[in-house]
Design a binder for this molecule. Sequence first.
Ligand code: ADP
Ligand code: MG
Length: 251
Amino acid sequence: MSFLDVQNLTMRFGGLTAVNDISFSVSKGEILSVIGPNGAGKSTLFKLISSFLKPTSGQVLLDGIVISGKQPHQVARTGVVRTFQETTVFKEMTALQNVVVAHQLGLKATPFGAYFSTSAARIDAKASAESAAEILDYLGLGSMKSELARNLPQGHLRALGIAIALAAKPRVLLLDEPFAGMNSEETDRAVQMVEGIRKRGITILLVEHDMRAVMRISDRIVVVSFGSKIAEGLPAEIRANPAVIEAYLGQ
Ligand code: ADP
Ligand code: MG
């Protein structure tokens, strides 16, 4: 049975159809990549799946339950969490503080959060700090946890964006161009990091232009061009697909 179902999603901005009747399914624990030229509609598709945008038509189901049309924080609570293409970190806070805040916001989003008294909130703050430190260690950012975010190099800043998303304890993680601006060494590390996240049972949707990384990391690939899905398959199938080469890979 599929875990995440994208059914006939369409998004129109005025006269522009950014996403045109796209459907696909994702299994639990899978890494599925969405590729395609700039402006193809990839980021819009992710905003629809994470409910930051309400589709013109179509729906998204998680475990058979419709999640599209809900508020983004409600969808995040069901476990669908995305990182932003424009990394949103608080530059004047340390790496650790950024993840602690994300963790605490995640707790507040639960009904349980409303019942915390002040003393319980203190215990909660300690647990948040421990949990945040663990996530940073896990992503190889442990030694940087006291650095101000604004001092982190690009690759580490991206990793911090992923740490912030992980603090919300996702079941489905949407990563929009996580390797952008990374050199090949940073990308290799980040690919291992994403594989490690999947090993923890988290399902991953990825938008990425680095084809070497995409071909290596993906179980399956969906290709979009001008808002429409033009192909779906295993990396080897996608690499050999004439329509994909024509629309994207041959560029
Ligand atoms: P990609 O991520 O594949 O580069 P996007 O999803 O960002 O593509 O954009 C798809 C198309 O939708 C582009 O033509 C873009 O200009 C347009 N678009 C995206 N967001 C908006 C918006 N909020 N309002 C109007 N047009 C938008
Ligand atoms: Mg984009």
